[in-house]
Design a protein around this ligand. Structure first.
Ligand SMILES: CC(=O)N[C@H]1[C@@H](OP(=O)(O)OP(=O)(O)OC[C@H]2O[C@@H](n3ccc(=O)[nH]c3=O)[C@H](O)[C@@H]2O)O[C@H](CO)[C@@H](O)[C@@H]1O
Ligand SMILES: C=C(OP(=O)(O)O)C(=O)O
Length: 423
């Protein structure tokens, strides 16, 4: 049955999760790769694609530009041979910020593009000034007109040094994609080092691009790519893996996370261990287990390889269970504490002091009706509910469906008492 926007999740807490969870492909790797397909007139086949609504929406937007999109369960082929650099309505793109990633490929391929300026969202204002500065450094002229980013480079983009003011993931991806079609070489300095950036580079390389240094602060891209048909298998979702690791820790259970890549989770594993959870590699991924008491934490979100902002809300739920005071500082987004009032509804004691959350853990959590306004905030409520006494109903499940493939089924298979209430 199709998931509805108004579905709710009912969770009865108290079960120790046991079993195996298969980690899906990374949403945040898939989204830029769908945009990258626009650089080439040849088909790009993406495998290990997660079945999440953000991917569906991104593919729908690709189709609006004229791409031929074939969709399998965990794969897609995007043929951008006959796309147009047209305008897609704000209503279509406002649901997803990642659609701004179509700007660079459209501009690089057609010499002009008009893409809706994405709005802010629940976690922050999220401007795209660094994307724009990067394209300007490559020779584009850019104006903002009636809510649109209007970009042109009639003489083509020219390779250059692009120095990012901070290591933005999206701006690094924009610069890297544009540079593959510029004339000459581009050097991106202060580049984001996230694994999803390196995976985009691997995808672009399979398509014919020449890129060095992705995954480091300095990326070199040779322009003038001769594109070819390509196939790329995306990396597993490190944020989904981290979320299930917290599910094991918060319930005092044991989960094997198949496909999880230890090398992309170093800061997360270090923190789990510091909080009293055991983590070890298995032949298929990693195992996370807790049977002793949880310890408090002192967490600061940072760009990769630091602790990821996309796991901040989940670890806040975990800190609520640890006896004593934990601190969580959010340094990436200015408003990413929307889960705090809802965790308080479940009985947590949390005080906000500017960008720091002070969690007085160890108070018993009790089920309640809750809802959240973004993906990771929602999943933190699911995690807290797994550890809470009694029944929790989480509204607005569509936030979860944006980025978690079959969350309810994966948790139920490991013993969680979780049920999707269809609208
Ligand atoms: C689809 C995707 O991959 N999303 C991820 C990506 O988002 P996204 O690519 O949007 O995140 P960025 O790394 O660009 O943003 C980091 C910070 O820089 C700011 N900024 C960014 C661009 C810009 O032009 N100007 C500016 O000020 C943002 O508002 C934010 O405060 O990385 C974030 C940080 O790891 C993750 O939380 C998101 O899950
Ligand atoms: C913030 C996230 O995604 P997006 O950048 O697509 O909003 C996320 O995945 O947690």
């Amino acid at each position: 049955m199709e998931a509805s926007g108004m579905d709710r999740l009912r969770i009865t807490g108290g079960q120790k999760l046991q079993g195996t969870v298969t980690v899906s492909g990374a949403k945040n790797a898939a989204l830029p790769q769908i945009a990258a397909a626009f650089l080439s007139p040849h088909p790009l086949e993406l495998t290990n694609l997660p079945q999440v609504s953000d991917v569906d929406n991104m593919l729908q937007v690709a189709a609006l530009y004229g791409a031929e999109v074939e969709r399998g369960a965990h794969a897609t082929t995007i043929d951008a041979g006959s796309i147009r650099s047209c305008e897609v309505s704000y209503d279509t793109v406002r649901r997803m910020r990642a659609t701004v990633l179509f700007l660079a490929p459209l501009l690089a391929r057609f010499g002009s593009a008009r893409v809706s300026l994405p709005g802010g969202c629940a976690i922050g204002a999220r401007p795209v000034d660094m994307h724009i500065r990067a394209l300007e450094a490559l020779g584009a002229s850019i104006d903002i007109e009636n809510g649109l980013i209007v970009a042109s480079a009639s003489a083509g983009l020219k390779g250059a040094r692009v120095v990012l003011a901070s290591p933005s993931v999206g701006a690094t991806e924009t610069a890297m994609m544009a540079a593959t079609m510029a004339s000459g070489e581009t050097e991106i300095l202060n580049a984001a080092r996230e694994p999803e950036v390196a995976d985009l580079a691997a995808c672009l390389a399979a398509m014919g691009a020449h890129i060095e240094g992705a995954g480091t602060h300095r990326i070199l891209i040779a322009g003038g790519t001769e594109w070819k048909p390509a196939k790329h298998h995306g990396i597993p979702d490190r944020i989904e893996a981290g979320t299930y690791a917290v599910a094991a820790a918060i319930t005092g259970g044991t989960l094997e996370l198949t496909n999880a890549r230890i090398e992309n989770l170093a800061a997360v594993i270090q923190l789990l261990e510091a909080m009293g959870t055991n983590v070890w590699p298995s032949s298929r991924g990693l195992v996370v287990s807790r049977n002793g008491p949880l310890q408090t934490a002192d967490i600061t979100t940072e760009p990769y390889p630091g602790f990821p902002t996309d796991l901040q809300a989940q670890f806040m739920a975990l800190a609520c269970i640890a006896e004593g005071t934990s601190l969580i500082r959010e340094t990436i987004f200015e408003n990413r504490f929307m889960h705090v009032p809802e965790l308080i509804r479940l009985g947590a004691e949390i005080r906000l002091q500017g960008t720091t959350a002070v969690i007085h853990g160890g108070k018993p959590l009790k089920g309640a009706q809750v809802m959240a306004t973004d993906l990771r905030a929602s999943v933190s409520l699911v995690l807290a509910a797994l550890a809470a006494e009694g029944e929790t109903v989480i509204n607005r499940v569509y936030h979860l469906d944006r980025g978690y493939e079959q969350l309810d089924r994966k948790l139920a298979q490991c013993g969680a008492h979780i049920e999707r209430l269809r609208d």
